[in-house]
Design a protein around this ligand. Structure first.
Ligand code: FAD
Length: 803
């Protein structure tokens, strides 16, 4: 074993070897992988090897497509068979809601280049004769599904990596990691030390233990998972291989295994394994079977596929594999820890392992993952994702693996976790709560005395008319919403302005002013949108997306060198309330001494002022697009601020509004939102953020690429559509058609109550963005006519915000 390497990857499961292979492919050859036993000695060896392209997140779906297409390449390079069986697959619907979900999946597949086909029951039965059709209402067929041999795949990656120059060391456990002063690592193993510039934790079942070597408690937990293999079914002999099948309502998946059927289930009462530490002596082992536990699922399975109940069970496999709380992998550089990378929590290694390896290798070699992997970034979790939190959420996620997650559905586990001081005050107003990074925030308010509950649906819910009333209150009088659920940073020091000018694309605001700004990466793509609020010459409050707080922290920390500046995350120290609507000025004026008239405190002003008894920072802006104010206070004053605003607002018709109404109101103004319209696959000019990019500045991160985008006008364009919808509005990810061709996708949708329009924001290719009519948006299998709006649906001139 050599004692020096650019990268040491810890763990030789399917994920570790994929990272290793992709590093060599990206040009880093001085890389090694250390495995404590033989390759595949974690979850990998006993996996069912199933793979599919469909995923709720289109960006993850792309990485899954990549993974499946990679296997042939690996076979060619390595000469090692991956045991590839592309059988095609069926996803079965047992309820009308599931059929709707399938229709939406087919629609999304249209712009992802997937060839998904909705088929009726007669056709479904023809393609999968084992099912009893009375339990189903339809299906989709995906030609790119099947299974691989886990051993073959792992060794094909490993051999390909070795051919690319990588070293693989087996039977050698990494026992500790020690960081040197300049950020490199001493990797302490059972058989000597290796000095490495970078370390990748691909420890799978032991990723927590490897994390603990560097003081990290990663939010992952292993769950026991069982599948059975039946005795042979004589009728399968001599026939083409069975399709891969997912029966959502039965919560089971299956495929052919030699002459029998492999059937696995994600049971409701899933059981975690090794909740605190994973034993090092666990290797190519299995857990004791517990057929009792999966008996209810098997019963359903045998009803849905009667032949399976008539043959015996040849083998039962019970093995553990890891999940993050939301079921997506944890990938990327760990914030606050130099040169330490993770690729773990990968619960579908044979669908996702290739994409994870590709993204991580690009991230390490080029400084950017090269794809939108926001949904997998390790930075999406913060300190709130404790071990207990992870336990509860992973169990919830496991039990729901095959259940529909409706777009308006809130999951109940681990709640309430984070609350602000006005939680009980808002509770008295009868809200339906949402969970955002563990923080409770009001979605909408039900009439007092009624059950505050929302029916989950793809269509308009029982919330519709109540959200309408909240929107009306904002447009006609004044509404109040809690805005604590934003990320905040204090930026201070003599170089604060110079640093912001370098990091952000827009001009830094003058004292007492606010500026909106995109933040770009080196490729000129959107990685953040912020409100820069200038409190004094050397002090700023940056307001952005709470979910991305650690992502930003990581980005900022890497770019502080050479500046006398302190940047401090303080999301839960500064809490906020926003008031908006024509009466909002009168309301706030009754509580402050300063003149709030437009002349004295115009649109985009910012300043410290006392609101009643409370020292506050007040900005004149509102995401509703109406006259409005954002008021920030230290958390201990939040309750008092709330009481004052409620009391003063009463005579003016103040009404609480929640996140749903805010979304509808911002859609009426065509205002984009992070993770929807603004993501690392879009540029600022494509996203219509032209006026917030100051190309007069000679230097800022992403400037050259932004300039190039401006010159070329980019590939696509964000547009607003008014859809002729019936009982449902766009949500996100629906295809946009123009004259019979798919030209883009929706990023957000909502009903604009004050304009009476069903609105969608979405990206289409540049040429299509010129058209006004001829658009259609596919809503639950129904192509609805849509018209492109040239300007925002509400107050196109922006007078309401400014006067
Ligand atoms: C019953 C079952 C069925 C499954 N079916 C499927 C399926 O059909 N399709 C699918 O895509 N996925 C399936 N999976 C999930 C799949 O197995 C995982 O997604 C995948 O194996 C994760 O791979 P990994 O490399 O992250 O982790 P692991 O396979 O756990 O590998 C981690 C490796 O790291 C090594 N290691 C850890 N710590 C150290 C250390 N300190 N020093 C040196 N080496 C170390 C371990 O020995 C191990 O080899 C299934 C899992 C189970 C249990």
């Amino acid at each position: 074993m050599k004692n020096q390497a650019k990268v040491v990857v810890i763990g030789g499961g399917v994920v570790g070897v994929s990272v290793l292979y992709h590093l060599t492919k990206a040009g880093w050859r001085d890389v090694m992988l250390i495995e404590r036993a033989e390759l595949t000695s974690g979850s990998t060896w006993h996996a069912a090897g199933g793979m599919h392209t469909v995923n709720g997140d289109p960006n993850v779906a792309k990485l899954q497509q990549y993974t499946i297409n990679l296997y042939r390449e690996l076979e060619q390079i390595s000469g090692q068979s991956c045991g590839l069986h592309i059988t095609g697959g069926l996803m079965l619907a047992g309820t009308p809601e599931r059929l709707d979900w399938l229709k939406m999946t087919v629609a999304r597949g249209r712009y992802l280049g997937m060839d998904l086909e909705l088929i009726d029951m007669a056709e479904t039965k023809k393609r999968f004769p084992l099912l009893d059709e009375k339990h189903f209402v339809g299906a989709i067929y995906d030609p790119i599904e099947g299974h691989v041999d886990p051993y073959g795949v792992t060794h094909a990656y490993a051999k390909s990596a070795q051919l690319g120059g990588a070293e693989i060391v087996r039977q050698n456990r990494v026992v500790d990691l020690k960081q040197r002063a300049y950020g490199s690592w001493d990797v302490i193993t059972e058989h000597g030390d290796v000095h490495a510039e970078h370390v990748v934790n691909a420890g799978g079942l032991w990723a927590r233990e490897v994390g603990r070597m560097v003081g990290l408690e990663l939010p992952i937990l292993a769950m026991e998972h069982q599948y059975i293999i039946t005795d042979d079914l004589p009728e399968l002999a001599g026939q083409p291989e069975l399709l891969h099948v997912i029966d959502f309502e039965g919560e089971i998946y299956m495929r052919q295994e030699r002459g029998g059927v492999l059937l696995g289930t994600y049971e409701r009462a899933g059981v975690p394994w090794s909740t605190r530490t994973t034993p090092w002596d666990f290797g190519q082992d299995l857990l004791p079977n517990d057929l009792e536990r999966i008996a209810p699922s098997l019963e359903v399975g045998f009803k849905h596929f009667p032949r399976l109940g008539e043959v015996g069970i040849r083998r039962i496999v019970n093995g553990p594999f890891t999940f993050a709380p939301d079921g997506n992998p944890l990938v990327g550089p760990v914030p606050g820890l130099r040169n330490f990378w993770v690729a773990c929590g990968v619960m579908a290694g044979f669908s996702q392992g290739g994409g994870v390896g590709l993204a991580l290798a690009h991230w390490m070699v080029d400084g950017d993952p090269g794809a939108d992997i926001w949904g997998m970034d390790v930075a999406r979790y913060g300190e709130w994702a404790t071990r207990r939190y992870t336990n509860v959420k992973v169990r919830e996620n496991y039990s729901r693996r095959f259940r529909i997650r409706f777009p308006n559905e809130e999951l109940p586990a681990a709640r309430p976790l984070k609350t602000t001081p006005i939680y009980d005050r808002l509770q008295a107003e009868n809200p339906v709560w949402g969970d955002y990074c563990g923080l409770e925030h009001a979605l909408w308010f039900a009439p007092k005395g009624t059950d505050a509950r929302e029916d989950v649906t793809f269509r308009r819910s029982n919330a519709h008319k109540h959200v309408a009333a909240e929107c009306r209150a904002v447009r006609d009088a004044v509404g109040m919403i809690e805005i604590s659920n934003y990320g905040k940073f204090e930026v201070t020091g003599p170089d604060a302005e110079r640093w912001l000018a370098q990091i952000m694309a827009n001009k830094v605001p003058a004292n007492g002013r606010v500026a909106l700004t995109p933040m770009l990466n080196e490729n000129g793509k959107l990685i953040g949108d912020f409100t820069m609020c200038r409190i004094s010459a050397e002090r700023f409050l940056l307001v952005g997306t709470y979910a991305a707080e650690r992502f930003y922290q990581r980005w900022f920390e890497a770019r502080l060198a050479g500046f006398k500046v302190q940047v401090r995350a303080c999301a839960m120290e500064w809490l906020g309330l926003s008031i908006a609507g024509p009466a909002s000025r009168e309301l706030l004026q009754s509580l402050v001494d300063e003149d709030l008239g437009t002349k004295a405190f115009p649109f985009m002003s910012f300043g410290a002022m006392d609101v009643g008894l409370v020292p506050a920072l007040v900005g004149r802006l509102s995401f509703t697009g109406d006259l409005g104010y954002e008021i920030w206070v230290k958390s201990e004053f939040h309750r008092e601020l709330y009481e004052r605003l409620v009391a003063a607002g009463k005579p003016l018709g103040l009404r609480h509004f929640g996140g749903r109404a805010l979304n509808a109101l911002r859609m009426e103004k065509s205002f984009g939102s992070w993770a929807r319209e603004y993501r690392p696959i879009y540029g600022p000019f494509e996203a219509n953020l032209d006026r917030f990019v100051d190309l007069k500045k000679t230097d800022f991160v992403g400037r050259a690429a932004a300039l190039a985008e401006k010159t070329s006008a980019g590939q696509r364009k964000l547009i607003t559509l008014d859809i002729d919808a019936k009982d449902c509005d766009a949500i996100a990810d629906e295809p946009i058609w123009l004259n019979g061709r798919v030209v883009g996708w929706v990023t957000s949708g909502a009903y604009g109550h004050s304009v009476g329009k069903s609105l969608a924001l979405g990206y289409v290719d540049r040429e299509s963005a010129q058209a006004t009519t001829g658009f259609e948006v596919e809503l639950i299998g129904d192509r609805r006519a849509a018209v492109r709006l040239d300007s925002p649906a509400f107050d196109p001139s922006g007078q309401r915000m400014r006067t």
